[in-house]
Design a protein around this ligand. Structure first.
Ligand code: GLC
Ligand code: CA
Length: 547
């Protein structure tokens, strides 16, 4: 292994697992998930093979936006435990070799945060300038983020007669990062949690966070570079994983164009949305074109890949017709759709529970260039609860056993619809859980996937996505059939003539013919990862060489 492939750059081939402490496991029987419960399940997570946990906000909160409305950045929501419980959890995670990152939600606070209470107390409050105030409601952006609840990003404050900016809900006033005191405080928050062991942060709503930073700094991006430099000074290898839902040309800036000194990883919302379009159409084209267009991140940075997360499946980067195609395929009922741009569903029900298709989709996720990010429950095929409000539909408690197993309490914090569970999946060697475990194992062993150069290949059949990853003379080829018919991929592997392709997920080998063109049969929704090994040397060749 070359020095460049060291674990210093651990995020390059990490497997990130996002969970909400509140819905993962209840350790004290009050019906609410907590750090004690989560700590009990660290061995489960380590056994799954994931390498990094991403904790959704666990800070004190009035919970009007599921914790993304924070009232104290320096402590733990008492419903989830104490700081002491947090530290015990961190110790256990580290002991099992897991890193932990957490949501950093500093674009805004809750309107109940003491800073905002102070800021709105009077125009001459010392903290007035910690938020963004204006005498008039300035022009609104084209679209507000939550059109079902808000029609403006400015809210009138009767007490002081001014308007404050809230990019999201009106109870989430935006912090004024143009104020150097606010920027210092944000750095202090990072420093605090890093001291308690965090390896970094998933940064919420990054474009909004930095949009008001100028004219203080020459370039708003300097703020991200400052934060990253601060973190690296404190602890090398700390990461920022950014939520930046923008087109590729704009996205590159968030890594720190060329330098890679800002966000370490950015979620690839573009490839995610085109992947769904491909899945809906059973046509690899849209995803293939996204992967071909996608720029290389700067050295040492990485894309983060996901299919679903805790929010709506946003389809905002597609055209109206494309969005409607996906709605028709995967969320035809109005009740499944949200904000006019997305679906409040989890993946398995979108595929009607078809296990072959579900398994293929995750195989695709793990084989695509970029660090895979799972949302808790994806490994057991957890479904959604459409009776829950809005995006809460996909945030139901984790199911550990047939009875639920999330809590001993009679009434869990959130309704727990029937569904799959960990215990059943563990007993069944063909389960989705076992499949995800296998994918993680193979992905971790196959450094080409994370580190290599990626090429999308012509596959000779529109339903097949074929790609290869090459690093240091080693190659993996992956083929995925997005349709439910048998098909055959025909790949041009010139340069790999007579090499042997060994299946990594199932038994099987294929020899590349002398022509370099290889045919790979695929089952309906079939997927294969193939490792290339050097041509077999026949006994005659060997004896010729020996002479
Ligand atoms: C991000 C989060 C979302 C939250 C919003 C406001 O988009 O992913 O869940 O509601 O920010 O903090
Ligand atoms: Ca509890």
């Amino acid at each position: 292994m070359r020095m460049t492939y060291t674990s210093d750059l651990w995020w390059k081939n990490a497997v990130v697992y996002c969970l909400d402490v509140e819905t993962f496991k209840d350790g004290n029987g009050d019906g609410i998930g907590d750090f004690r419960g989560l700590t009990q399940e660290i061995d489960y997570l380590a056994g799954l093979g994931i390498t990094c946990l991403w904790l959704m906000p666990f800070y004190p909160t009035p919970n009007k936006d599921d914790g993304y409305d924070v009232t104290d950045f320096y402590s733990v929501d008492p419903r989830l435990g104490t700081l002491g419980d947090f530290v015990e959890f961190m110790r256990t995670a580290h002991d099992r070799g897991l890193r932990v990152i957490a949501d950093l939600v500093v674009n805004h606070t809750s309107d109940q945060h003491p800073w905002f209470v102070e800021s709105r107390s009077g125009r001459d409050s010392p903290r007035r300038d910690w938020y963004v105030w204006s005498d008039t409601p300035e022009p609104n952006p084209k679209e507000v983020v939550f059109p079902d609840k808000e029609d403006s990003v400015w809210e009138h404050d009767p007490h002081t007669g001014q308007y404050y900016l809230h990019t999201f809900y009106r109870h989430q006033p935006d912090l004024n990062v143009a104020n150097p005191e606010v920027r210092d405080e944000i750095a202090r928050v990072l420093g605090f949690w890093m001291e308690l062991g965090l390896s970094g942060f998933r940064v919420d709503a990054v474009p909004f966070l930095i949009e008001n930073v100028s004219p203080e700094l020459a370039d708003p991006h300097d703020f991200l570079a400052e934060l990253r430099a601060f973190m690296t000074r404190r602890k090398g290898g700390s990461v920022l994983l950014g939520e930046v839902n923008l087109e590729y040309d704009q996205l590159l800036e968030y890594f720190g164009d060329g330098l890679g000194d800002q966000l370490t990883m950015c979620f690839d919302f573009v490839a995610m949305q085109r992947a769904w379009l491909s899945l809906a159409r059973r046509d690899a084209g849209p995803l293939a074109s996204a992967l071909r267009e996608r720029p290389e991140p700067p050295k040492d940075c990485q894309w983060a890949m996901f299919l679903r997360n805790h929010d709506e499946l946003t389809l905002d980067k597609l055209t109206e017709d494309e969005r409607q195609e996906i709605f028709a395929a995967f969320g035809p009922d109005k009740d499944m759709q949200i904000f006019g741009r997305g679906l409040r569903r989890r993946l398995p029900p979108m595929f009607g529970g078809d296990e072959r298709r579900i398994k293929m989709a995750y195989s695709l996720l793990f084989s695509l260039p970029g660090t895979p990010v799972l949302f808790y429950g994806e490994e057991i095929g957890l479904g959604e609860d459409l009776s829950a409000e809005g995006r809460m539909a996909v945030r139901t408690p984790m199911r550990w056993s047939a009875e639920g197993g999330f809590t001993q309490a009679e009434r869990p914090v959130r309704a727990m619809p029937d569904g799959p569970n960990v215990a059943d999946h563990r007993r069944d060697n063909d389960s989705l859980l076992r499949w995800i475990q296998l994918l993680i194992e193979r992905y971790r062993e196959s450094l080409e996937l994370a580190w290599g150069d990626h090429t999308v290949l012509d596959a000779g059949d529109p339903a097949v996505l074929a790609h290869r990853c090459d690093a240091d003379g080693a190659t993996i080829v992956a083929v995925h059939n997005l349709d439910d018919r048998e098909c055959e991929a025909e790949l041009d592997l010139t340069g790999l003539e007579r090499c042997v392709l060994t299946d990594l997920l199932v038994d099987g080998t294929v020899k590349v013919p002398g022509s370099g063109r290889v045919r790979l049969p695929l089952d309906p929704y079939g997927c294969r990862w193939l490792r290339v090994s050097a041509p077999e040397v026949s006994p005659e060749d060997a004896s010729v060489k020996a002479q």
